[in-house]
Design a protein around this ligand. Structure first.
Ligand SMILES: [Cu+2]
Length: 132
C-alpha cells in the first residue's frame, strides 16, 4: 500500500517536472527564428502569408514552406503612412493600398532559399519572406 503511494508520488513528480521542462523548452524556442511563423495559414493547399502595413510592416521576417502556391495578404487598417505604398519587385507589384483593406498578391510557387522582399515607396520600411 505504502509502496504504491510512493511510486505514484514519484511518477507524478516526474510528470509535473517533464511538463515544466517541455513548457520552458518551448518558450525558449519561440524566441529563436527556427519556430514556424504565426502569420501563415495553409488553406486548400494554398499558403497565405499575412502582413500588417501600418507605420511599417509586421512581422518584419516570415519563414514559409517551399513548393506551395503562395499568396501574400497585406492588411491595412487606418494606414495613412507610406507603408501603404507597397512595392514587391519580384512579382512586379506596385500599388498605393487603400487606408483600410486587404490586398492579395500572388507570389506563385517558391523554392527553398528564395526571398521575397516588400518595401514601401520611399524604401524606409521593409519586410522579408524567407522560403525554407
Ligand atoms: Cu516609406
Amino acid at each position: 500500500m505504502l509502496k504504491s503511494t510512493i511510486i505514484s508520488f514519484v511518477v507524478s513528480i516526474a510528470l509535473v517536472g517533464g511538463t515544466f521542462y517541455l513548457i520552458s523548452d518551448r518558450s525558449a524556442f519561440s524566441n529563436s527564428e527556427m519556430v514556424p511563423s504565426q502569420n501563415i495559414e495553409i488553406k486548400d493547399g494554398v499558403q497565405y502569408v499575412t502582413i500588417i502595413a501600418k507605420g511599417g510592416y509586421s512581422p518584419r521576417v516570415t519563414s514559409i514552406k517551399e513548393g506551395l502556391p503562395t499568396k501574400l495578404v497585406v492588411k491595412t487598417a487606418g494606414t495613412y503612412d507610406c507603408s501603404a505604398s507597397l512595392i514587391v519587385r519580384s512579382v512586379g507589384f506596385q500599388k498605393i493600398l487603400p487606408p483600410t483593406g486587404e490586398e492579395v498578391i500572388d507570389l506563385g510557387i517558391l523554392k527553398s532559399g528564395e526571398k521575397v522582399l516588400g518595401v514601401c515607396g520611399m524604401g524606409m520600411y521593409s519586410f522579408q519572406i524567407k522560403v525554407n
